[in-house]
Design a protein. Sequence first.
Length: 418
Amino acid sequence: GEGEEGEGEGEEGEGEGEEGEEGGEGGEGEEEGGGGEGGDGGEGKITSGGEDLGAREGNDCTEGCPEHTPLFIVKKAMAACGRGVYLVNDGASMAEMLSPSSPCHPFERHHPLAQQYIHDVMLLDGYKFTMRVYVAITSVDPLRVYVCRNGLLRICSKKYSCDAASFRDIFVHIDSIDINVHNEEEFNVDTDIGCDGLRYDIESFLKRLREKEGVDTSAVWEDVKQVVRESLICGERRLTHAVTKQVKHRSNAFEMLGYDILLDRNLKCWLLEINHTPSLAPLTDLENQVKTHALRNLFSLVDVTSQHKNELLSTVRSLHRKIHQCNGAGKVVPIMQSIGCPSPSMPQLWSIVDTEMELARSDAFGDRVLPTEDEDLLALMMQNNNVLLSRWIRGGFSVAGLCAEVDAVLASVAQQAA
């Protein structure tokens, strides 16, 4: 295969989660517990359809000051659309729920995910929200990842509160639209904000923070990108193994993930979950616009029509032939020598050329976050073409510059022969 990479599988998690409450990675299901698996557990069941989300009988999950009460959200594996999420307020309750001997043991053979509930969240006109950030993986060796510049805010339909009674109200804490459509009360957000129902776009939200509150939104967005980098590096080996096993040619697959990220009042990003099959249903006009734009530019990014394939192939083959002519004449190409690859293989040259051509198509989709020049992050990654690309990027090299240098070396060889 001369193709480049791709992903056959998604990142961490299963199912389809839309919310998760703190800190992990996960699957996709519209709920509030985040992470790859999630589950039910102790204090209160959170489901769609307006069912009670309150504490389990005889145990108030918000007794005392909420800020000093370690609430957890436990999410069932393989759940979706706000089903199978529980609030738990202490370790004893969680241990009881997780015990296989418990009559209400909900997890069967799948592992749940428990996350600490974050109370001090940033609000939009008094409403809790999470950000759905779209992320494209176009290659696993090297790992190439892009973050779409626009995404969605998913907003709860009732004003946020940490009062004990609020934890019995599903519409206060869960932003899944599958849940909030059942709220018959009127949703009132400042018309100046410009929401479309329970949806708002990330670009408008960041612009509002920047212009109305003087927030350095570039720092916020950089934190979002760092969350993406670190989380995918954590799952890189499993992801690479799955793709190597299932995808015959590396250019035959790609993946778009849906990251659910929570902002607290200090503008710190909390990763709730990673959805490997994010919903692309156009539930509102704004949602349709954002998702259509992301998909259109994703298809351009990965060159789904193979518009640039011939150029890619001819460039790689030409470079491979000429560099090996240089090597055969006892000469090295300085650029390739400097990145530790004086005699590159076709796949290595493919990685270099494809990465540069893809970057040229990426502007409409978003920002490239991997490969990275960060030596600390690189040390945590697989030592394959990631290293090659990192050196290439740090050196500021270009394919055009490489081609010119190769031709210059061959010209000097010809001159000496003459």
